[in-house]
Write a protein that binds this ligand. Structure first.
Ligand SMILES: [Zn+2]
Length: 349
C-alpha cells in the first residue's frame, strides 16, 4: 500500500473516513468501443488528524482530467444568474472600476467575466481546458490557456499583471498541489486586493451525508476551520464568508493579505467556525460516524430500489453515481441498464 500524506500539512494520513470502492471517473463519457477498457479507480476518503483536511488521493494527472473538459458553465442558466448577481454585489461592495483588474482561475467559457467586461472592468481568465479556453477567446474574453500554479502567477506579475480581485469558483476542491496554488494566489494579489472563492461546504456534506459529491476530481473537502489555518499559513486571512445554496450548500470566502488593514473582519467568520465546532468538525470521531451513516444509506437505497421497480430508470438517471457505489458488478444493477432509454446507458458505463 502506498503511503498517503496530507495535501496541506504533509502528515501521514492514517484515518480513512469512507471507502467508496472502485469507481470510474465521473466525467468520462465513453463511446461503445471503449466500454471494455473503462478504468476504475479506488475512491477512498481520508481525514488528516492534524489539520482536519478531508481529502482523497490524487489518482490521475490533473492536466489529463482538465485539459479537455466536458463542462461548459454557460449552458446552465441558473449558474449564469448566480454569476451576474455576484458581479453586481462584489463590484458595488469593493468599488471595482476601469482601473481594476479582475482575474478568474478556471474561468471556463467566460460565463462570469463577461459581466465584468460589460461594466468596462479589465479582466483576464485562466482556463486549463483548451477546448473551453478557445470558446472564451472566440467571445473576446482574454484567456490564458494554462493550469494555474505559482509559476504562472510569477510570469503574470513580471508582465505587470496583478489583481484587485481574484475569483475561483469551484476550483479549490480540484487543486492537487494546494500549497503551491495558494502561494500563486498570494503572488498574483495586489496589496489591497481581494480573493473570492466558492466551494462546497464540508459541513453540509457531513450533515446531510452528501457522499454523492465525493468523486475523483474533488481532491479536497473543506471546512472553514481548516481553511482558516491553511490561508493563515500562507500569510493570508479570511475576513468574511457567505453561505450559499449552490451545489448542496457552499461557502464563499473573502480573503486578503494578512497585512491589509483596509478591510475589517466580519463576525460571520467566527460564527461559522463555532457552528462547525458545535457539529464536531474539529474532532475525529465525527468523521467516523459519517462512514456509518453512509453505509446505512446505501443499505436503505438498495431496499428502496427493490420495492420501487417501476421507478428504477428515473431514479438511476438522476443518481447514477450513488447507484454505482452500490456495486459495479451487481446483477441487480445490470438489470437497471436494460430499463434505461436507449443510448443513455453509455453515459454511465
Ligand atoms: Zn494535514
Amino acid at each position: 500500500m502506498t503511503q498517503v500524506n496530507c495535501r496541506f500539512c504533509n502528515s501521514k494520513l492514517n484515518n480513512v473516513i469512507i471507502d467508496l470502492g472502485e469507481s470510474p471517473l465521473a466525467n468520462s463519457y465513453l463511446k461503445k468501443e471503449d466500454f471494455e477498457q473503462e478504468k476504475f479507480f479506488r475512491l477512498k476518503v481520508y481525514i488528516c488528524s492534524k489539520c482536519f483536511l478531508v481529502q482523497i488521493e490524487e489518482i490521475e494527472a490533473p492536466e489529463e482530467i482538465f485539459s479537455n473538459y466536458a463542462y461548459f458553465s454557460s449552458y446552465s442558466q441558473s449558474w449564469l444568474t448566480h454569476a451576474k448577481k455576484f458581479t453586481e454585489m462584489i463590484t458595488t461592495k469593493f468599488n471595482f472600476n476601469k482601473n481594476s483588474l479582475v482575474i478568474e482561475i478556471a474561468s471556463n467559457d467566460g460565463y462570469l467575466l463577461q459581466y465584468f467586461q460589460q461594466k468596462k472592468i479589465p479582466i483576464l481568465g485562466i482556463e486549463p481546458a483548451s477546448n473551453i479556453a478557445q470558446v472564451a477567446i472566440s467571445k473576446n474574453i482574454p484567456t490564458k490557456n494554462v493550469f494555474f500554479e505559482s509559476k504562472i502567477a510569477l510570469d503574470l506579475v513580471k508582465d505587470g499583471k496583478q489583481a484587485d480581485l481574484i475569483i475561483g469558483n469551484n476550483v479549490l476542491a480540484h487543486v492537487p498541489k494546494l500549497n503551491d496554488f495558494i502561494k500563486g494566489l498570494k503572488i498574483l494579489l495586489k496589496d489591497t486586493g481581494i480573493i473570492s472563492l466558492e466551494f462546497p461546504h464540508l459541513l453540509q456534506l457531513m450533515k446531510f451525508n452528501q457522499f454523492d459529491t465525493i468523486y475523483h476530481e474533488h481532491f479536497s473537502y473543506f471546512s472553514l476551520i481548516t481553511l482558516k489555518n491553511i490561508f493563515s499559513h500562507h500569510n493570508l486571512k479570511i475576513f468574511d464568508v457567505d453561505e450559499l445554496k449552490t451545489h448542496g450548500g457552499s461557502l464563499r470566502i473573502y480573503i486578503t493579505h494578512i497585512e491589509n488593514n483596509k478591510v475589517s473582519k466580519n463576525e460571520n467568520v467566527e460564527n461559522l467556525i463555532n457552528k462547525e465546532k458545535e457539529f464536531g468538525l474539529d474532532q475525529i470521531k465525527t468523521y467516523e460516524n459519517f462512514s456509518k451513516n453512509t453505509i446505512n444509506i446505501k443499505n436503505e437505497l438498495i431496499e428502496f430500489l427493490k420495492i420501487s421497480k417501476k421507478n428504477w430508470n428515473v431514479f438511476f438517471l438522476k443518481n447514477n453515481f450513488d447507484v454505482l457505489h452500490v456495486s459495479k458488478n451487481d446483477d441487480f444493477l445490470k438489470s437497471f441498464v436494460k430499463l434505461l432509454p436507449k443510448g443513455t446507458a453509455r453515459k454511465f458505463f
